[in-house]
Design a protein around this ligand. Structure first.
Ligand SMILES: Nc1nc2c(c(=O)[nH]1)N=C([C@H](O)[C@H](O)COP(=O)(O)OP(=O)(O)OP(=O)(O)O)CN2
Length: 150
């Protein structure tokens, strides 16, 4: 099995409304998002898929999180922040934007983008045999969360 990983870095703010400690207050992280794709065999270019394909598929989606604030829509201040900062406040419906929740959010988007890429909707071709293995979100240099299909 061959595996490749593309890492994208984001300056990302959030607050964890349910957290008992300091994480309930707005704060920021330099997050790394790692996306791992796998295939049994390499393609005609001796790749699982081109790294550039991953950026093409997911770059715009992830850029939305850069210099943005992720918030639980149940937070009592959500509407105030949203009114002040518009789409720079990214809603998480009744969930805290923990690393675990963000990893699952990116995984779902990456699964959908991979299906589109296999159908030929992007410039870089991707074979049907390529699969998304997991998404890992680094919150700090010592903490990460991962989401995978199994
Ligand atoms: N399972 C999770 N636990 C925590 C999350 C999370 O997303 N998932 N998030 C936080 C906070 O956002 C916090 O900013 C990060 O916590 P932590 O890794 O403890 O950060 P520190 O910089 O304080 O880490 P140290 O290694 O202790 O310096 C909290 N928990």
């Amino acid at each position: 099995m061959y595996r490749i990983c593309k890492r994208i870095e984001l300056e990302s703010g959030h607050l964890l409304s349910k957290h008992p400690g300091n994480c309930q207050f707005p704060h920021g992280h330099t997050r790394s998002v790692e996306m791992v794709f796998a295939a049994e065999e390499l393609d005609a270019n001796d790749m699982v898929m081109d790294f550039k394909a991953i950026k093409e598929m997911l770059g715009d989606f992830l850029t939305r999180f850069d210099h943005a604030l992720c918030m639980n829509t149940d937070d009592p201040n959500y509407e105030t922040f949203r009114t002040a900062y518009g789409d720079r406040v990214i809603p998480f419906t009744s969930k805290d934007p923990t690393s675990e929740v963000m990893a699952r959010t990116v995984f779902i988007q990456a699964s959908s983008a991979l299906a589109d890429a296999i159908e030929g909707k992007y410039a870089y071709p991707v074979r049907p045999s390529v699969r998304l293995e997991r998404v890992r979100v680094w919150e700090t240099s010592s903490s990460w969360a991962e989401y995978s299909a199994h």
